[in-house]
Design a protein around this ligand. Structure first.
Ligand SMILES: Cc1cc2nc3c(=O)[nH]c(=O)nc-3n(C[C@H](O)[C@H](O)[C@H](O)COP(=O)(O)OP(=O)(O)OC[C@H]3O[C@@H](n4cnc5c(N)ncnc54)[C@H](O)[C@@H]3O)c2cc1C
Length: 246
């Protein structure tokens, strides 16, 4: 069947216009462009493929690398992949699990999907995306050879900002004056304040954004620190210490 510029797309189940369907299956040729496929799916008033509409390339390329955007990945929607070996001698159907989708990875990247002759995975926890104070990172239990991973945990930008701030405090020279640039993070847990309390020789300028304004809280050296509360928000900090607003 040929719809618009799509070379091969076959409706497998459901999808009558105006009829609610729980799940809808399409079988497509790998040369279909993601943008065309997204358009086709949208035309049927179906949802689930929006994430891929702006990713350039074909369905085959997207499967090969488990393409993704806006929190969606091919692995979330693919149920089955039928592949032909490069020499045309073998046809194999992979289940979604057998595709071994990981971050920008699939089994197709390993010797054309043939496990024999490929490598045995060697898993280690490693950083896939390094967090910053602005953006979450990702730690994954990943193969050090091909990057395929089976488990992952996000590392929040917030915890990164607090941990780096605490490290900066503990590493500062004796009696130093330091500035902690906490960006948009303006509430701190008790453990963070306890780290600051360990270094009462320091003068600490705590900078953060609150309600679109830049705050700077000054924690003078030697001044006793409150560590009784679970959390220290911007208003509490401004009650406890001198501050300026820019
Ligand atoms: C401007 C820009 C923005 C991008 N944004 C994103 C993004 O947001 N998210 C994201 O994940 N990626 C993104 N990409 C990467 C892009 O999605 C990939 O380059 C694309 O998925 C590759 O598909 P392709 O059809 O161009 O494959 P090609 O580049 O032709 O091939 C890529 C690999 O896939 C293999 N391959 C291709 N087709 C098949 C097939 N039918 N069967 C088996 N193997 C096949 C090829 O052998 C090759 O190894 C972006 C790229 C650009 C240039």
């Amino acid at each position: 069947m040929c719809i618009r510029d799509i070379s091969y797309i076959e409706e497998v189940s459901g999808g009558d216009r105006g009829k609610y369907v729980e799940k809808f299956y399409l079988r497509c040729g790998a040369s279909v462009l993601l943008s065309s496929l997204a358009r086709n799916i949208l035309d049927r008033s179906l949802t689930g493929f929006e994430f891929a509409s702006g990713i350039p390339g074909s369905l085959g390329g997207a499967l090969f690398m488990n393409a993704g955007a806006y929190g969606g990945e091919m692995k979330d929607i693919v149920t089955e992949v039928r592949a032909v070996s490069p020499d045309g001698s073998e046809i194999k159907t992979f289940t979604a699990e057998e595709m071994e989708f990981g971050y920008r990875h699939s089994i197709l990247q390993e010797n054309g999907g043939k496990q024999e002759g490929g490598h045995s995975h060697q898993f280690e926890w490693k950083t896939i995306t390094t967090p910053t104070a602005e953006m979450d990172g990702l730690e994954a239990y990943a193969c050090i050879i091909c990057g395929y991973y089976t488990d992952s945990v996000p590392v929040s930008a917030y915890s990164y900002a607090c941990t780096e701030g605490a490290k900066q405090v503990l590493a500062a020279g004796q009696n130093a004056e330091i500035t902690l640039k906490m960006g948009r993070w303006c509430s701190y847990p008790r453990w963070f304040m306890e780290k600051l309390a360990q270094r009462r020789d320091l003068t600490i300028h705590l900078q953060f954004e609150y309600l679109h304004k830049q705050y700077e809280v000054l924690i003078p050296a030697k001044m006793p620190m409150d560590t009784e509360c679970e959390w220290y928000g911007p208003l509490k900090l401004c009650n406890l210490y001198p501050y300026t607003i820019k």
